[in-house]
Design a protein around this ligand. Structure first.
Ligand code: CTP
Length: 132
């Protein structure tokens, strides 16, 4: 049984999120997703996500490639989450390339290319500006 873990905010859910979850799931038998808490997002970016953590979790739980979802409260806890969920592989988008190499003693780390031309930030900007 190979367990894959990934982390993210997954705010304003979009196809780039589906694609990374779909591809991450293919690396093992079970995909576990850490959804970053509202507080963690505020501490990282000085702003809260548009969707609450409860709603973001609910959306991720409905994805058919996802086995289990939990709230990621702190970036420093990555290793503990990896241990707690007995993950064999950590998958992240390549915007994080190299940033999680420090967990390589605990599990394999894979960075996957992002889906081009879509991000939560850009969707929010387009909607706010009224641009098409
Ligand atoms: N992701 C992806 N392709 C995209 C957007 C996101 O593969 N076009 C991946 C990220 O690399 C990450 C996961 O989806 O592993 C969650 O990313 P998140 O930061 O929540 O989404 P973004 O759209 O990148 O959000 P933001 O613009 O706020 O950074």
């Amino acid at each position: 049984m190979t367990r894959v873990i990934t982390f993210g905010t997954f705010d304003v859910f979009h196809v780039g999120h589906v694609n990374i979850l779909e591809r991450a799931a293919k690396y093992g038998d079970e995909l576990i997703v850490g959804v970053s808490s509202d507080k963690l997002n505020f501490s990282k970016k000085n702003k809260y996500p548009i969707y609450s953590q409860e709603d973001r979790i609910k959306i991720i739980q409905c994805i058919k490639f996802v086995k289990e979802v939990f709230i990621e409260e702190s970036l420093e806890e990555k290793l503990n989450y990896i241990r707690k969920f007995k993950a064999d592989i950590l998958v992240m988008g390549d915007d994080w390339e190299g940033r999680f190499d420090w967990v390589k003693d605990e599990c394999k780390v894979v960075y996957l290319p992002r889906t081009p031309s879509i991000s939560t930030t850009e969707i929010i900007e387009v909607v706010r500006s009224g641009r098409k």
